[in-house]
Write a protein that binds this ligand. Structure first.
Ligand SMILES: C[S@@+](CC[C@H](N)C(=O)[O-])C[C@H]1O[C@@H](n2cnc3c(N)ncnc32)[C@H](O)[C@@H]1O
Length: 208
């Protein structure tokens, strides 16, 4: 009986600590430190074929990925592009970019251009990309609305934005919240691939 009570108390303390971490991360979003990159290689709810279905990349497109981390979702997209196409990856952590570029080199994948920067203030010109995507990244950005405004600005009219979010991330952005934020800056929601607990959502910048 005593052991049973101890187990209940330990589980309650653990659950409370996890909830406290989630609430703290949501209040003060910050990039996943490079030192914790092992977390990016664990099995995920969000898989590459779901990203392909939502993004539908054309071989000659110019595509931007914000927050590539260690490049898990970058290499398969870059492999899909031909010599007219290009994948640009942007991250606030130079170490993540170096890791992605090195991984691409080791696997013989070309066509990736890395830029160190912040999604809240992009250095790309207006209407520059055919498509933009982010996976498990939006929730880490302190001013999501500002970042979404920037993504809207750098996408060409008719271009696609794909956002991947999963319940496994403490800063997960739920689909309803994401739709409100994207629609408030001018995107139109088109499709959800996957389940609500782990999804890719596609939005479009309306054509002029
Ligand atoms: C949780 S990791 C996800 C990495 C990768 N997309 C994946 O799913 O494996 C989030 C990435 O977004 C980057 N990031 C966070 N805030 C950012 C910002 N404001 N601008 C650009 N990148 C950011 C982090 O440095 C990190 O590489």
């Amino acid at each position: 009986m005593k052991r049973h009570s101890k187990l209940i108390v330990t589980s309650a303390v653990l659950a409370t600590s996890i909830i406290a971490v989630i609430l703290r991360k949501r209040k003060n979003p910050e990039p996943l430190p490079y030192e914790q990159r092992f977390a990016l290689e664990l099995p995920r709810l969000l898989n590459q074929s779901q990203l392909n279905e939502a993004l539908s990349p054309e071989p000659s497109e110019r595509i931007l990925e914000v927050g590539p981390g260690t490049g898990r979702y970058s290499l398969p997209v870059a492999e899909h592009l031909d010599s007219d196409g290009s994948l640009h990856v942007l991250d606030v952590q130079q170490q993540m970019l170096d890791h992605t570029v090195q991984r691409a080199r080791e696997q013989g994948v070309d066509g990736i251009t890395a830029t160190h920067g912040n999604a809240e203030q992009l250095s790309y010109s207006d209407d520059h990309f055919d498509a933009v995507y982010l996976v498990s990244t939006l929730g880490e950005i302190p001013d999501q609305e500002q970042a979404l405004k920037e993504l809207h600005r750098v996408l060409r009219p008719g271009g696609r934005l794909v956002v991947g979010e999963s319940i496994a991330d403490p800063e997960m952005v739920r689909l309803g919240t994401l739709r409100d934020r994207c629609e408030s800056v001018g995107f139109r929601f088109e499709q959800r691939v996957g389940r609500r607990i782990g999804y890719f959502a596609r939005f479009r910048k309306p054509p002029r």
